[in-house]
Design a protein around this ligand. Structure first.
Ligand SMILES: Nc1ncnc2c1ncn2[C@@H]1O[C@H](COP(=O)(O)OP(=O)(O)OP(=O)(O)O)[C@@H](O)[C@H]1O
Length: 259
């Protein structure tokens, strides 16, 4: 018997342009049905947090979102484009409007901070056509995260928190319309996590970017999210604001908020 409670508790109808639309997303690996009809909508300027326990399919969902994995069925639209009907060139162009912040920062160890930031600019040359001097853009991105003085340092000379900030600067150098954050605070101490969350907020304010944030960090979700989706058993188990979900009587929802 279906016992799951769907909570779509009084979420204020977000208005404006839809930046991500996922409908009925299904993905299996052999007998392992990971996503079983997942739905999601992210609106312009919104911060949406998706929480799900380890192995629940968050990374699979992100991979389907950026065309790194094909769904078995379902519709995925990003910035108005149907992902499953794009050729490689169109997909690359779309990705130039998306910033990524991966778990663990993922900086290139053999490159300086500046070279790390220039890397996505080289990859998406078309977006930067006519720009011969990359320095002002690198400086601006680093200033946004308070690290302009680290431009010529190597990643090994940075602390974990600094690396995460540089990774954030690299995510915003493309002036993306959308940022995908995968566990942005993982492995950081509480104070550094707070700094990263504050930077995420200030970037959203400054550039009006929309953000999809995958996190286990309840404090991060509380501070950053306008809306949350709890992914359980391959589908949207619960959806609402932090305040709505944290006071839910559903034990499966409560489990997410226990520290
Ligand atoms: N390429 C693949 N081939 C086979 N199985 C896969 C593949 N990618 C993911 N899976 C399976 O899909 C399930 C969901 O994995 P996924 O990485 O999306 O979880 P997650 O929610 O991101 O977990 P975590 O929070 O630990 O990062 C897991 O059971 C995983 O083994």
């Amino acid at each position: 018997m279906e016992t799951k409670e769907k909570i779509v508790a009084g979420v204020a109808e977000a208005s404006g342009e839809v930046v991500i639309k996922i409908k009925g997303l299904c993905k299996s690996f052999g007998d392992n049905q990971v996503l079983k009809g997942f739905n999601m909508e992210l609106r312009k300027g919104e911060n949406l947090v998706v929480m799900g326990k380890s192995g629940s399919g968050k990374s699979v969902m992100i991979k389907c979102l950026v065309g790194l994995m094909s769904p078995d069925s379902g519709y995925v639209e990003v910035l108005g484009k149907d992902i499953n009907n794009l050729d490689q060139i169109a997909l690359d162009e779309l990705r130039s409007d998306i910033g990524f912040l991966f778990q663990g920062s993922a900086l290139y160890d053999s490159m300086t901070v500046r070279e790390n930031l220039e890397f996505p600019m080289r990859r998406h040359r078309k977006k930067f056509e006519g720009i011969t001097d990359t320095l002002p853009l690198v400086r601006e991105a680093l200033e946004n995260v308070g690290l302009a003085h680290t431009m010529d340092l190597m990643p090994s000379e940075l602390s974990g928190g600094m690396k995460r900030r540089v990774a954030l600067a690299r995510a915003i150098i493309l002036k993306p319309k959308l940022i995908l954050y995968d566990e942005p605070t993982s492995g950081l101490d509480p104070i550094t996590s707070k700094e990263i969350i504050e930077l995420m907020r200030s970037i959203q304010k400054k550039y009006g970017t929309s953000a999809l944030i995958i996190t286990h960090d309840v404090d991060c979700a509380r501070v950053i999210s306008e809306r949350m989706i709890l992914l359980v058993d391959g589908t949207n188990y619960a959806e609402g604001t932090y305040a709505e979900l944290v006071t839910s009587q559903d034990p499966n929802v409560n489990a997410f908020f226990k520290k």
